[in-house]
Design a protein around this ligand. Structure first.
Ligand SMILES: [Zn+2]
Length: 297
């Protein structure tokens, strides 16, 4: 599905690579507690949780920001034909390039690819298989890569501890092509985006804030994987590298998103894939966004 929302003078589009009830509670959230969960289960959006098979719905989203002359892709999903350990990610064959075109972001018109962090499900479409080799999917774009995360994942790769081949098949080719600029909290970004450190899920994860005409949005990466974490903010995923820092970052992002009424644009939420964090006494609740326009602008 493709949905477009407006934030001030910017258009933001969610493109779903895939989505489904795939994630078992305890394996996904080590702190999951069924009694605690049940108290607020009814607040989850329809289809976010499938009790008959005890699975949370998780998707892979690729975000597109259009503002002025900038066409920015924020994170690039899993990608096609990548060898990956999880079955749901292994050797995909989807139509993402055509869906990007449907959203007005054909590979040749993309000006920037902005990465939040370097897990394999956020960098896959950096490259595509061409003549048996991995080539940049967006040859005219600058690829903007968080420096702290790069250092961490390069260390894992160089020491043989990476766990998959994503560094070689999805990062090395864009470096070889000379397309990469590193990002840190002081970087000037396309689309007027503002970088913010969101360390924890990975050591160098970044968030990107958008402010336009009094409206606010945040590409919040994997600070949150699922709306259940807005209801239970201390529930990290099993994939959070620095658990204490991930909890602290989540608390900060929730507070900032609530106080600014920001549209949060995470990478893995079930439909409608974006929404708002609202204060609810001493806790938070999730307000799903109204589905965006299916016609990309
Ligand atoms: Zn992720």
């Amino acid at each position: 599905m493709i949905h477009t929302w407006r934030i001030g003078d910017a258009a933001v589009t969610s493109l779903v690579e895939y989505v489904g009830p795939t994630h078992a509670p305890e394996a996904t959230f080590p702190a999951f507690n069924l009694d605690t969960f049940r108290k607020r289960e009814a607040e989850l959006p329809p289809g976010a949780w499938y009790p008959r098979i005890s699975r949370f719905t998780i998707g892979i989203q690729i975000w597109i920001l259009k503002r002025g002359n900038d066409v920015v892709i924020i994170d690039t999903g899993v990608g096609n034909y990548k060898v990956r350990p999880p079955a749901r990610m292994h050797m995909l064959n989807t139509l993402v390039p055509q869906w990007l075109a449907a959203a007005g972001a054909e590979p040749d018109v993309v000006t920037h690819v902005l990465i939040t962090h370097l897990h394999s499900d956020h960098i896959g479409w950096n490259t595509s298989l061409e003549d048996q080799r991995w080539a940049p999917t967006f040859p005219k774009a600058r690829y903007l890569v968080p420096k702290t995360d790069y250092d961490y994942f390069k260390g894992l790769n160089d020491s043989g501890k990476a766990g998959d081949t994503s560094f070689a098949d999805s990062l090395a080719p864009i470096f070889d092509a000379g397309l990469v600029t590193f990002v840190n909290k002081s970087s000037e970004l396309p689309g007027g985006l503002e970088p913010a450190e969101a360390f924890g899920h990975t050591p160098g994860q970044m968030n990107y804030w958008l402010r336009s005409r009094g409206e606010v949005g945040v590409f919040s990466a994997d600070v949150l994987h699922h709306p259940v974490q807005i209801l239970n903010p201390t529930w990290n995923t099993a994939f959070c590298v620095l658990p204490d820092q991930a909890i602290a970052t989540r608390a900060q992002v929730l507070a900032d998103a609530a106080s600014s009424s920001a549209l949060i644009m995470p990478c893995h939420f079930p439909a409608p894939h974006a929404g708002y964090v609202r204060k609810a006494g001493n806790a938070y609740r999730f307000e799903p966004a109204q589905p965006g326009s299916p016609i990309a602008t």
